[in-house]
Design a protein around this ligand. Sequence first.
Ligand code: NDP
Length: 316
Amino acid sequence: MATSNFTLNTGATIPAIGLGTWQSAAGEVETAVYHAITVAGVRHIDCAFAYGNEAEVGRAFTRVFSEGKVSRSEVFVTTKLWGTWHTRTTEALEASLKNLGLDYVDLYLMHWPIPLNPSGNHPFFPTKPDGTREVLEDWSFVDTWKAMEKLVDSGKTKAIGVSNCSIPYLEHLLKSATIVPAVNQVELHPLLPQEKLVAYCKEKGIRMTAYSPLGSTGGPLLKDETVKKVAEKHGISVGNVLINWLVARGIVAIPKSVTPSRIEENAKIVALDEEDVEAIWGIHNAQGVKRFVSPPWPVSLLFDDAPWAENFKTLL
Ligand code: NDP
């Protein structure tokens, strides 16, 4: 049966569908978040310090909560720690909370398991003289995790999790972790179903969140014939099909939109038939796996589906 909430290993619930905010432009994201919460009924907003728009998202929160339509405790807010802040987790979370105008977030994620030089030539993407991104050599993402664990005690985040972690990276982290990540947020859609990672996270009690659930901006999935057929059969949109295919597998989906009608549409929980779910599985078998978000990290992240940068060293 379709559900609108899932449980985390902390005991908290997380709404199955959230609103993404990456690339939501200035001048648009405040309206999008306000509309999502007050009109579309969305109760989960996915943010990140690196998106550069937390302050504008925060203005929407301030409006919503001050109007008293929806209370803070009803909205699940996620934000993320950027690589150049791995050695400064307390300050990073404080900065995000200040931007967002909040006392706490519900979930704080390590955006990528890649610490970057905090005093390099760029605040977000420091580079070496050869132009490659400058990874912080004497710091491990496991050190970052240990510092993040302390943030839970501060009450400024209710839960911590990771993003962009493959099975080997999770295994490495779990060897020293006191807190098992509540969530692993990765790219996940019918062209990148991440089957083994989903099974691994389920076994470990880590909830998966799918980013780029529609195949990201300009991706081919919204025009896919199989997806269209399922949409026609149920009289729903292709976005509904892609999002609810994930929800049917117990995966949280965080579609991004700044278009009011799409924000409303994407928020709908729809029960798909088992045969629809199966048909959508067939897409990657026929077309091969495709990854749409692959930043040029000089690091191998060891994803077994659609790997990238495999000639680089790992951080394990
Ligand atoms: P999505 O798969 O959510 O696709 C977003 C694109 O689809 C936008 O161009 C949007 O346009 C369009 N769109 C939205 N709804 C519909 C619809 N119903 N029909 C047709 N088009 C639609 O891509 P994202 O890559 O943005 O991923 C979603 C979120 O995941 C991000 O915003 C971010 O919060 C998170 N993320 C996290 C990452 C990480 O490293 N942890 C990396 C990437 C994303 P429009 O806005 O114009 O409506």
